[in-house]
Design a binder for this molecule. Structure first.
Ligand SMILES: Cc1ncc(COP(=O)(O)O)c(C=O)c1O
Length: 413
């Protein structure tokens, strides 16, 4: 008998289990299209040239020490992170920023802050979404209802904006939180138009919802960090009254990750920004976030934050980094084109045009879980069970094989 006999048996995490299955697969043609992690043209991890230079300079710096960081995190990193997210839209706004353990930690901190102090009845999560949104909120407070709002229309491979807005309008309650992917929606690759963002902002204002922007792919959607922050900055400026609307200004949060945009997956670099209506509100948020951070981490790791700060505070390195983003988003765009061409050339049944117009790392293939299992078993091509394909694993060397595998599975399975 063990005390832990009563503990539930938790099934392995689906995404990590697939990565393990891929590793164990010894087929010479295997292709991994599951991870949201950038790979180069040889399907290998890529260290961004800007990051490589910043890292080399840091390692050469004999004065670098290993002192503990301030409670909010690395100061220059935080100022750069904030500038990247909001640029010059913060006039008259009161923002608290804290360093976090990457995007996951930023999502976790805001969930903890809201759960312990604002007590939302529900958090609204897009359907579908990054799996961990459910996991983080379940972990932080299982008493907060995790409700989903319609996002993706499987028939059009686009967003069902009407259903999204009407669900929130009819069913959300004041004080509820809502998670919004700021750009490059995971897993669908489809983002709201500016008009739909406007509608979402309006519903948030009318219903008194608390928006949480998950900003995990800034620079990946369009290759341009400013374009990709459009929605965040729109919420900031409309809430500051810059657009002359008379609604109560929105308060909201941005959970920012540097995993993808700097290729710093293992360094766990992130930030949480909370935009408050008053100076006093922001000061209180500051206190609570410090307390959460103290209890959970004590002090954030420094190395990744130092790299990001070094790049973003140096005009030459920053210019290189913007180029690096274009390299990554450009390679993904060219793989989209190649897969589309190969699917169409074979006459693969289905609609594939969205593969060209979706943005970021992912598209939905429309393959059922059965077909996803079959393509893995027969062709050793790995996708997520919901049919999400990550373009990061595609290369000139395997794109024809992948297209042929999809064709065979769609036609013959
Ligand atoms: C939508 C979304 N949010 C957040 C994250 C968090 O990533 P990380 O914790 O590595 O920054 C991811 C990673 O895949 C994601 O897709």
């Amino acid at each position: 008998m063990s005390l832990f006999d009563q503990v539930p048996a938790v099934p392995p995490d689906g995404t990590f289990a697939l990565v393990e299955a891929y590793r164990a697969d010894d087929h010479h043609l295997k292709v991994n299209l599951t991870p949201g992690i950038y790979r180069d043209e040889n399907a290998k991890p890529w260290v961004l040239p800007s990051v490589k230079q910043a890292r080399a300079a840091l390692l050469a710096d004999q004065s670098l020490n290993h002192d503990i960081l301030p409670q909010l995190g690395h100061t220059q990193f935080l100022s750069a992170a904030r500038q990247l997210a909001f640029k010059d839209t913060l006039d008259g706004r009161f923002v608290t920023s804290i360093q976090t353990i990457s995007g996951t930690g930023a999502n976790h901190f805001i969930a903890s802050l809201l759960a312990s102090h604002l007590h939302p009845k529900a958090v609204w999560i897009p359907d579908p979404t990054w799996d961990n949104h459910q996991g983080i909120w379940r972990h932080v407070d299982p008493g907060i209802e995790r409700r989903t709002y319609p996002y993706y229309d499987e028939n059009t491979f686009g967003i069902d904006g009407d259903a999204l807005l009407s669900t929130l309008r009819e069913q959300a309650n004041p004080g509820d939180a809502i998670i919004l992917h700021a750009c490059a929606h995971n897993p669908t690759g489809v983002d709201p138009s500016p008009e739909l963002w406007e509608g979402i902002a309006q519903v948030c204002e009318e219903k008194g919802l608390f928006p949480i922007f998950d900003l995990a792919y800034q620079g990946f959607a369009t290759g341009d960090v400013d374009n990709d922050a459009w929605a965040v900055r729109h919420f900031t400026t409309r809430s500051s009254g810059n657009n002359n609307n008379n609604n109560t200004p929105l308060e909201f949060a941005v959970a920012q990750s540097f995993s993808k945009s700097f290729g710093l997956y293992s360094e766990r670099v992130g930030a949480l920004h909370v935009v408050a209506r008053t100076r006093d509100g922001a000061a209180k948020v500051d206190g609570v976030l410090k307390r959460i951070s103290r209890a959970e981490i004590t002090s954030m790791p420094a190395f990744g934050a130092r790299i990001v700060a070094a790049v973003l505070h140096d005009p030459v390195l920053e210019a290189q980094w913007r180029q690096d983003l274009k390299t990554m988003s450009g390679r993904l765009a060219s793989m989209r084109k190649r897969l589309y061409e190969e699917l169409v050339r074979r006459g693969t049944p289905g609609r594939w045009g969205h593969v060209l117009t979706d943005i970021g790392m992912f598209s939905m293939t429309g393959l059922s879980p059965e077909k996803v299992a079959a393509i893995k078993d027969r062709f050793h091509v790995y996708l997520l069970p919901n049919g999400r394909l990550s373009f990061t694993g595609l290369t000139e060397g395997n794109v024809e094989y992948v297209a042929e595998s999809i064709y065979q599975i769609v036609v013959h399975q």
